[in-house]
Design a protein. Sequence first.
Length: 446
Amino acid sequence: MARLFGTDGVRGIANTELTPELAFRLGRVGAYVLTKERSGARIAIGKDTRISSDMLEAALVSGILSMGVDVLRLGVISTPGVAHLTRHLRADAGVMISASHNPVEDNGIKFFGGDGFKLLDDVEDEIEKILADSEDTLPRPIGAAVGRIHDAPAVGTYVKFLMDTVSERFEGLHIVLDCANGAASDIAPEVFERLGAKVTVLNAQPDGVNINVGCGSTHPHVVQRAVLNHEADLGLAFDGDADRLIAVDSTGQVVDGDFIMAICARALHEKGLLRNDTVVATVMSNLGFMKAMEEIGVRVETTAVGDRYVMEAMRKGDYVLGGEQSGHIIFLNHTTTGDGILTALQLVNILVESGQSLAKLRSVMKRYPQILENVRVSDKHAWRDNAKIQAALEESTALLSGQGRVLVRESGTEPIVRVMVEGPDERLLETCVSHIVKVIRQELGA
């Protein structure tokens, strides 16, 4: 059986790849591995607003109950909300049903341990090993030993936790919120309104099929336009499960994850709260971010793309801030996973504390031009050992003369090689990307 768990749980097209049958088995095996048949075990379950989440929740819950484990049903909530409430409710594990920023036909199942952290590889491997056995030999309790469902509407608890992470009130600020018709739709407006901000809310009417459709963090032009039209102070755009944030300043400029990390790193560094004076970023972070951190005396530790790798480095190095250009930011002094709403609160809190606009704060770094192109190939790993492709990479690196960089990596889920070139001269970047892509297509084209 091909590996089910990717970098962010099990994902696929709902009802064809991620089927109710698979969800049922994931519930059974996940409950077995994560609770070790402990008496009175409980697993918290949350979901986003996509139409297939109800179907998968029903199957997943049935699987868990069939193992004699109780379910704490949280309803529609963000992924980081599940992580926080798993710890707060002292559940043995947590599960989020969501495909994050993916389109509505996709869905996913993501497990958390009782500590609120995503599962380690060896735990996922144990689940996969049992799933691979075609014969289900796991226990099947009967009678009073079957699990029960407990509805646990704990969103209010999560909202209070979020509000307690900031020190300032937001009166006098006009903020546009784009909730992506997803899990942030109720939570984000409540939090910012209770903190005193004037809020203009976009895309907070989920109907099961409009999640992420032309809105949210993957479509920042929507919040850009609204900020300018309403003459707002800033805009905040979340994705479907609200674990990412992309911001927009009052001039309509996008403030992505690199800018957000740079702003937060500088603020924490100046207060002496940036543990070990280090921030963790991925190899996709902009070169301008790296240089900005160097200038203020903050070290950047880089990882492979994926928040699980960022988290791994943060826990190993005892760091408090890390994230990705995509807006997935982790404040490990507050929570155990990336949280878009929490990140938005930290950003606005810094804005209020400093008395500066977001447009001013974003000047902490200058973004270098960055060109990314995806190439569909027959073998996404073969570029590493292909002499002609390696020569093209070396030629392009030489052309940049130490003023930029070339990064090639394969997609984690598709037969695609991603080519990224970065540097101050955009015309030169276009030349480099064109050359590399041409050689990859000639050598490995699908």
